[in-house]
Design a protein. Structure first.
Length: 268
């Protein structure tokens, strides 16, 4: 086992590798869990430094918003559940000054989440399971739009969409942004709405003889073809339709392994 210098995080296992860093599951003596990224070299650490900057921006705004909601006794938006929280970013002197980023994921057992891209390649999901995933994506992009509005900026710093940047916890409907592949400034969400919706549509199996699913499928086709000006617009339209055809309530994550016909859910 390896003990990270200063932060006293024990690396339990390697869970992923990128071109310039490795990703570990880590834990402190008190049981706190972390996702730990370690750059392969000092020069490679620039990628993690940029990532740290972006995640600090997300956390800073979320905390400001949570304070406002508490003071005004507003309903909690819980944007903090949509992305990992950067708990530390530093140079590890015992590791050739390689940069280390350590992340916590609020209210989540890290043993119950997995890379979204892995799920995409191994299973297919049904239409109703795809709803909350699409909704979480849109809500996260709404959050980045809110940062623009709050700061009076012209363009939104939208994160580049990549399935590799997310973890999924199917049982509790968790979708967590934990990796930074870059961002772009844009005044419209069109391209992001198109890419996200195409990803979800390609993952989803739709029933041919179900009118509710047909309506939902048509909306996804519209999103994928035309996009929307803002993620907020897309999020609102999505749940207006879902409320009409299915109602808003918990639906277990339902899936089948690719190449099979037997449907299962997380309770199985």
């Amino acid at each position: 086992m390896i003990i990270l210098e200063i932060k006293d995080i024990e690396l339990k296992k390697l869970i992923g590798e990128a071109q310039k860093f490795r990703i570990y599951l880590g834990e402190k003596d008190n049981g706190e869990q972390f996702i730990v990224k370690i750059a392969n070299s000092f020069d490679d650490g620039a990628v993690l430094a940029e990532e740290a900057k972006f995640f600090m921006k997300l956390t800073s705004f979320q905390e400001e918003l949570a304070d406002i909601e508490a003071r005004l006794q507003l309903e909690k938006s819980r944007y903090d559940l949509l992305f990992a929280k950067l708990s530390a970013s530093y140079l590890a002197t015992a590791n050739d000054l390689s940069r280390v980023n350590a992340f916590e994921i609020p209210e989540t057992n890290l043993n119950e989440v997995a890379p979204l891209a892995k799920f995409f390649h191994e299973i297919e999901i049904d239409a109703r399971s795809s709803v909350w995933l699409l909704g979480r994506f849109f809500k996260f992009y709404c959050f980045t739009e809110n940062i623009r509005f709050a700061n009076g900026e012209t363009a939104v710093e939208y994160p580049i969409f990549s399935a590799d940047d997310y973890l999924i916890g199917p049982k509790n409907h968790r979708l967590v942004y934990y990796n930074y592949s870059g961002s772009t400034l844009d005044v419209l969400a069109n391209d992001y709405i198109k890419k996200i919706t195409k990803f979800i549509s390609e993952w989803t199996v739709f029933k041919d003889d179900d009118e509710a699913e047909a309506k939902y499928h048509r909306l996804l086709d519209d999103f994928a073809t035309n996009g929307r000006k803002t993620a907020e617009d897309a999020h609102r339209e999505l749940y207006e339709l879902v409320k009409e055809i299915w109602g808003i309530h918990y639906y277990p994550f339902t899936y089948r392994e690719r190449g099979t016909i037997i449907w299962k859910n997380v309770k199985d």
